[in-house]
Design a protein around this ligand. Sequence first.
Ligand SMILES: Cc1cc2nc3c(=O)[nH]c(=O)nc-3n(C[C@H](O)[C@H](O)[C@H](O)COP(=O)(O)OP(=O)(O)OC[C@H]3O[C@@H](n4cnc5c(N)ncnc54)[C@H](O)[C@@H]3O)c2cc1C
Length: 245
Amino acid sequence: MSEETREVIVVGGGVAGLTAGIFTARAGLDTLVVDHGESILRRNAHLENFPGFPAGVNSRLFADMLEAQASRNGCDRIESAVTGVHEADGGFDVTLDDGETLSADRVVAASWADESYLSALDVSVRSAGSKAFLQPDPDGRTDVDGLYAAGRLAEQYHQAIVAAGHGARVGITLVQDSDTPFYHDWVAPEGYFTDRGREVPPGCEEIDETERRARERESMAAMQEYFSEPHPDEPTPHPSLADDE
Ligand SMILES: Cc1cc2nc3c(=O)[nH]c(=O)nc-3n(C[C@H](O)[C@H](O)[C@H](O)COP(=O)(O)OP(=O)(O)OC[C@H]3O[C@@H](n4cnc5c(N)ncnc54)[C@H](O)[C@@H]3O)c2cc1C
């Protein structure tokens, strides 16, 4: 059993899980993403409907950038499969496939397409053929206090932007439920609040012109590097077509 109790464990490091983790980590919650396998988005040939990319983007590059963004914002990540989640001491024990057990105050299930590790909890699941969907409220809260569901597993539309948006919504809901002081996750120019006699609200930041330009330059350099070469990986084939060797 791990000594450390995380404030948030996110199961699944795909589009929804990493986005939820970005928001909880940026709000100051100690967040760990546990991911096994890879986002189904890596099977896509070319991602053309995610806003902000006029000519589309290689989906594997997009997934890499999302992982980097989560890490940069303080979200820890380990590669492991979650095999069980149990209620314990007002929070949860999260068991990994190597037998290790982690502790968390809150858990986000963002693990399309595996909900089997939740079988010990009394959580609503809708089965549809070989698929199973959790049935949270629109903000991602399930019937189990402290357990949230995000992305396709929560029966959201099967689109990356929807998974990202839902992950963000669930992450912010969790922050609100945790009683962390929070207004909006905004970066505003210096004076936006304070020149009107307001304190900078919790979750917001004011940055001056020097800092704004420094961040812009850093983002330009990062994007130039990401987009300097074609991505080396091919689309991941459907498991039924994958070579067994
Ligand atoms: C061929 C193909 C093309 C697509 N093209 C597009 C497109 O053009 N545009 C678009 O918007 N969408 C597209 N999609 C859909 C898009 O990829 C999904 O809607 C989106 O990735 C769902 O996000 P998610 O976070 O819910 O799931 P995922 O992104 O799949 O993330 C789930 C993560 O959970 C992990 N996981 C599962 N079980 C466990 C466990 N027990 N423990 C730990 N981790 C676990 C998985 O390995 C994965 O990393 C496409 C999908 C496919 C298959």
